[in-house]
Design a protein around this ligand. Structure first.
Ligand SMILES: CC(C)(COP(=O)(O)OP(=O)(O)OC[C@H]1O[C@@H](n2cnc3c(N)ncnc32)[C@H](O)[C@@H]1OP(=O)(O)O)[C@@H](O)C(=O)NCCC(=O)NCCS
Length: 193
């Protein structure tokens, strides 16, 4: 296994070569970090979500989407191991494309200042290790839009196989309909790498 696990207030912390993945906390500091990164208009729209417009909005998303932790809905802040600086978010969620199969889907985003340094590849591979081991999964899934080439790069780096595209799969906040590219990695493929 490429990652080392520690515990943080009863939940898991994942440590990689350069990163620490720490469960988000219900603090003003974490809400401010999310707002700092997610209010940037270059981040959310690539993933289909609207840039955060206020600290209050970031606080609500932190509480409603990031804090419920466990059972496969596990969202981590991504921190630089050396400095502790928060640089993004990654998590696992219900795989809504599968039924009755032990599967989770991965979602992520990174502070624009930290793109192109291989950080999300490192974080995503760690989350694969964590979730396959913790939840005894048969498969893991990820999807991204046809126009998100950076995310497609991360997905390629993490050994996912392209499954197909659902055209006009979802409408984003601007009213634009986007195609969704689906990928997965089986337990056997993950074990073999
Ligand atoms: C997508 C995102 C997480 C990538 O993070 P990152 O840390 O920069 O990614 P990495 O550096 O680990 O890897 C990106 C890969 O894509 C490649 N890449 C980067 N930009 C690219 C582009 N415009 N076209 C094609 N490939 C590109 C990189 O070369 C790299 O591959 P490599 O390691 O073989 O060189 C980041 O850009 C982001 O947060 N974007 C906005 C939010 C988002 O899109 N979230 C994902 C929703 S599905």
């Amino acid at each position: 296994m490429a990652v080392k696990n520690e515990t943080w207030r009863g939940t898991d912390v994942i440590v990689t070569e350069r990163l620490k993945l720490v469960p988000w906390e219900d603090t003003e500091a974490d809400a401010k970090e999310i707002y700092r990164m997610a209010s940037n208009p270059n981040v959310g729209p690539h993933a289909g979500w609207k840039p955060h417009e206020s600290l209050e909005e970031s606080r609500t998303i932190l509480r409603e989407m990031f804090l419920p932790f466990g059972g496969g809905h596990d969202t981590f802040s991504i921190r630089l191991k050396d400095t502790g600086r928060v640089i993004g978010s990654i998590g696992t969620y219900e795989d809504t494309a599968r039924e009755g199969v032990k599967s989770l889907e991965i979602g992520y985003w990174l502070d624009e200042a930290e793109w192109h340094k291989g950080y999300m590849t490192e974080a995503c591979r760690a989350i694969q290790d964590y979730a396959f081991l913790k939840y005894d999964l048969a498969i893991m899934a990820i999807r991204t839009s046809n126009v998100n080439f950076r995310s497609q790069g991360v997905i390629r780096n993490c050994g996912f196989t392209y499954e197909g595209t659902i055209r006009k799969a979802y409408r984003i906040y601007t009213g634009e309909d986007r195609d969704s590219r689906f990928y997965s990695i089986t337990r056997e493929e993950w074990e073999a790498r």
